[in-house]
Design a protein around this ligand. Structure first.
Ligand SMILES: Cc1ncc(COP(=O)(O)O)c(C=O)c1O
Length: 432
């Protein structure tokens, strides 16, 4: 029997590099200075004087007719260094959103007991790569369901870990298969020093990139139970959470996290802007703190300017306005998805198969009778002026053959999608 709530020993998860990170004294003073009243005279810190900067103020027009105004004073702040964890007003807005959407059990934990915390990252990619570097030591066994996001493989593989592929289908990772993999180990060994029991599981729970798979609530609950049994952490990489086509949205791992073993990456890339580079890491404070220490020593913080811009937008909208905007984005992608599905039906029915994605922006297509799509897509399709991604790039071993291609329904018009599939169909026929 597992206890209602485990006592987590976070230090056993940190790599030597992460454990060695110390707060930057200058960063601490900068953050203190920014929280101080104007009566405080600061000769500390190395911040430049924004009066010397060439920018004066900015007005950004929002499509709904509103404006985001960075007046002279706000602009000075926007152009200045800021806290490594993110600007306070964006953090508090996001913390409330996370509480309302996920109601994380960890919100009421003690700090040492893994209280939910959050930090801003420069896109969720920064959060992911820093999380991997915090947790993955060379030789570690890491669980994930491949094919997976190539950016994850790019961040994980150089860390020298052994990636174990957990079988999955259109409903995500299969808990029975995970249990089977884990049965090589004794759960009692998990906490022993030097144990090879995996300490990290990574998955994309909604609208997986590239497969479009979305994990059911039951599967998440089963995987979470296994995480408790074998004491591993779950990295929930969920940039397509807000692009779910069905409501109610699926419960997240974060919403089930009684122990404080889930670290979740969110992204504004698919709903507000990919170029502004705003993402979030939400998880137990001892883990988020380590990510922030890494930020202190690398980028120092996400652009203050973009954080202020996004924060003003969100405070102006309120949560309801934000979710209304998300609904509009979802409607757009739903139409795009449906257009892609009907073109796939028209041109590829006998040549390929696929499942309907419940979230995200990708259709994962298996070409029948094509053992590997690499040459077909990167040479032949290019000649016919149609760009797709051959499935192999999402495999743990990218040279392993893959009969799949990934088609994104985000950018092209329904007419272009139709023409692209027509060209793909003729290519497949030529190849057979
Ligand atoms: C699964 C997944 N994770 C993370 C990212 C990184 O997104 P960003 O850094 O723009 O937030 C992407 C981008 O496509 C993705 O598909």
């Amino acid at each position: 029997m597992l206890p209602d709530k485990a006592v987590m020993n976070y230090s056993r998860f940190f790599t030597a590099v992460s454990a060695a990170r110390k707060p930057s004294p200058i960063r601490i003073i900068t953050e203190l200075q920014q929280r101080s009243p104007p009566s405080v005279i600061s000769l500390a810190g190395g911040a430049p004087n924004p009066d010397t900067f060439p920018f004066h103020s900015a007005t950004v027009k929002v499509k709904n007719g509103a404006s985001i105004v960075l007046d002279e004073t706000t602009m000075k702040r926007a152009l200045q260094y800021s806290a490594s964890s993110g600007i306070p007003e964006l953090l508090s807005w996001m913390k409330t959103l996370q509480r309302n959407l996920h109601n994380p059990p960890t919100a009421s934990n003690s700090v040492a007991g893994g209280q939910m915390d959050i930090c801003v990252t420069t896109g969720s990619q920064e959060g992911l790569s820093k999380t991997f570097e915090m947790l993955v030591t060379p030789g570690d066994n890491v669980l994930l369901d491949a094919p997976t996001y190539s950016g994850t493989l790019a961040a994980l593989q150089p860390l020298g870990c052994n990636i174990i592929n957990v079988p999955s289908d259109q409903f995500g990772m299969i808990p029975g298969a995970l249990r089977e993999i884990l049965s090589r180990w004794d759960p009692a060994d998990a906490k022993k020093p030097g144990s090879t029991v995996p300490r990290v599981l990574y998955t994309i729970p909604n609208g997986g990139n590239p497969t479009g798979a979305s994990m059911t609530a039951e599967r998440k609950a089963d995987v979470y139970q296994l995480a408790r049994e074998y004491d591993f952490l779950i990295i929930e990489d969920d940039p397509y959470y807000f692009l779910q086509f069905q409501k109610p949205w699926a419960p997240t791992f974060l919403s089930m996290d009684v122990d404080g073993r889930v670290i979740r990456t969110d992204s504004f890339s698919k709903i507000l802007s990919s170029g502004l580079r705003i993402g979030f890491v939400t998880g137990p404070k001892p883990l988020v703190d380590r990510v922030v220490l890494h930020i202190q020593a690398s980028t120092m913080h996400t652009s203050t300017f973009t954080q202020l811009m996004v924060s003003q937008l969100l405070h102006g909208w309120g949560q309801e306005g934000f979710l209304n905007h998300v609904d509009g984005v979802v409607e757009f992608y739903r139409k795009q998805r449906d257009a892609m599905l009907s073109s796939a039906d028209r041109w590829l029915k006998d040549l390929a198969d696929w499942h309907t994605p419940a979230a995200g922006m990708f259709l994962w297509i298996r070409l029948k009778g094509v053992a590997d799509t690499q040459r077909l897509i990167s040479e032949k399709a290019l000649e016919k002026e149609v760009l797709l991604i051959p499935g192999g790039v999402f495999n743990i071993d990218s040279s392993a053959p893959s009969p799949f291609v990934r088609a994104a329904f985000s950018l092209s018009t329904p007419e272009q999608i139709d023409e692209a599939f027509k060209r793909l169909a003729s290519l497949i026929k030529e190849a057979l």
